[in-house]
Write a protein that binds this ligand. Structure first.
Ligand SMILES: *Cc1c(COP(=O)(O)O)cnc(C)c1O
Length: 426
């Protein structure tokens, strides 16, 4: 493996990377629990759960066993015209832990496809009803994935500028800072009352990629209620917030008004395999029933409901049923609260915020909060040198560690972050 790096440079094209200026990638060869190990055996705390997916950490034996067992029974089969036990088990179990209006589970492969499917479903819902509703309402700063529909409803920024001419029209509400809530709700009512909107899509309570920006469940309830009043389909993209991240199983568990469609991925398989779910209400599903083939939802992927991914998702749900998982989440929530109070004492820190296991803060920065802020690069390097893999979003530093993180590891993580702040004040 001596020439891993050389061959990587020769053959590989990495995500979100400008290869001309990017430094060398970290060469990770092994992982266990909260820790990643590089080619030289140095360990790194996986402080963002490997792009927010490894909720139980790495190499969990129960998940490993589920994949191994399933592989020997049925590793893959087409899902059109075919069913299999693990897809059915996962569908039943997921609908039972979601609020009662979620009855139908559609499978795809990742977070982007789960939102793409939700958007397609909501457009076709109106198509099937022969009603002209083509607009979508989203929130500024949103991230729903990198496929075209998902990009269309996301923030229009330099990440997707080359593709902008190809996006469909979307109206955006400003991000609901607490002092702007009333004004934004008035704007939402004005737009939605035209009854031309097919759907409202949002990341409930925490906008992830825009920098772990948080807003109130009270605002969300009011916005969802307005959408429902005008029969707009409400889509919660819980790709990031699902599976315990907000302290409860789903962000919607903090809300009174439930959406019509929810998108799940990331933590769904415990971070082991690619799978996405779009879960819809029975009302949505019924609107696709017809004697005409064309009114059905004619969408699918080669790996739809892959049995290995379905089996490991069921095993992931086993872990969530254990009281010890709930306790681990509560413990992290408490540690985060204490850490948040400490961070507020720092001169160089502002906007400390927390939602469950997610803790975020901004480093004061003259250049403003941009993704390319030099603070980001400085922080990333500092953390790597000190055995922590943590990818800041611009000048926002955040942790969303695996739930298996030990007290010792959390203390270490904290001390590295404080070490970085100290280095800024030198
Ligand atoms: C990561 C993410 C997605 C996209 O998921 P991928 O699996 O990366 O395609 C969509 N929505 C939200 C809220 C996300 O955090």
């Amino acid at each position: 493996m001596v020439d891993l790096l050389k061959k990587d440079k020769q053959y590989v094209w990495h995500p979100f990377t400008q290869h001309q200026t990017a430094g060398d990638p970290l060469q990770v060869v092994r992982a266990e629990g909260t820790l990643l190990f590089d080619i030289e055996g140095k360990s790194y705390i996986d402080a963002n759960s490997s792009w927010w997916v490894n909720v139980h950490g790495h190499g969990h034996p129960h998940l490993a066993e589920a994949v191994n067992k399933q592989f020997m029974e049925l590793e893959h089969v087409v899902f059109a015209g075919v069913t299999h036990p693990k897809a059915v088990e996962l569908s039943e179990r997921i609908t039972k832990i979601l609020p009662e209006n979620f009855q139908r589970v559609f499978f795809s492969d990742n977070g982007s496809t789960s939102t793409e499917v939700a958007l397609k479903m909501s457009f076709q819902y109106w198509f099937n009803k022969d009603e002209d509703r083509k607009r979508v309402l989203a929130i500024e700063g949103a991230y729903h994935g990198d496929t075209f529909g998902a990009m269309s409803v996301g923030e229009r920024d330099m990440f997707n500028r080359p593709f902008e001419p190809f996006f469909f029209d979307v109206d955006y509400l400003p991000f609901p800072e607490s002092d702007k809530e009333a004004e934004i709700l008035t704007k939402a009512e004005k737009l939605l009352s035209t009854k031309t909107f097919a759907s409202l899509i949002l990341e409930p309570l925490v906008q992830g990629a825009s920098g772990m920006r948080m807003y109130s469940s009270n605002f969300l309830d009011q916005l969802s209620a307005i959408a429902k009043k005008y029969e707009t389909i409400v889509i919660f993209d819980e790709v990031m917030t699902g599976f315990g991240r907000t302290g409860k199983m789903f962000a919607m568990d903090h809300c009174e008004v439930k959406p019509d469609i929810v998108c799940l991925s990331k933590g769904l398989t415990g971070g082991t395999m690619a799978l996405g779910l779009t879960v819809a209400s029975e009302k949505m599903y019924q609107s696709f029933l017809s004697d005409e083939m064309a009114r059905g939802f004619l969408h699918g992927h080669s790996f739809t409901a892959n049995p290995l991914a379905s089996a490991v998702s069921c095993a992931n749900l086993d872990l969530f049923e254990k009281p010890s998982t709930k306790e681990a989440i509560n413990t992290i929530v408490n540690w985060n609260q204490t850490f948040a109070d400490e961070l507020k004492q720092w001169q160089s820190v502002e906007n400390v915020r927390q939602q469950g296991t997610i803790l975020a803060f901004s480093v004061k920065n003259e250049a403003g909060n941009t993704y390319f802020s030099s603070i980001r690069d400085r922080a990333y390097k500092f953390f790597l040198n000190n055995g922590v893999l943590l990818r800041p979003l611009g000048n926002t530093i955040f942790i969303n560690p695996p739930y298996c993180i030990t007290e010792e590891e959390y203390i270490e993580l904290k001390s590295v972050i404080l070490g970085f702040l100290r280095s800024l004040e030198e």
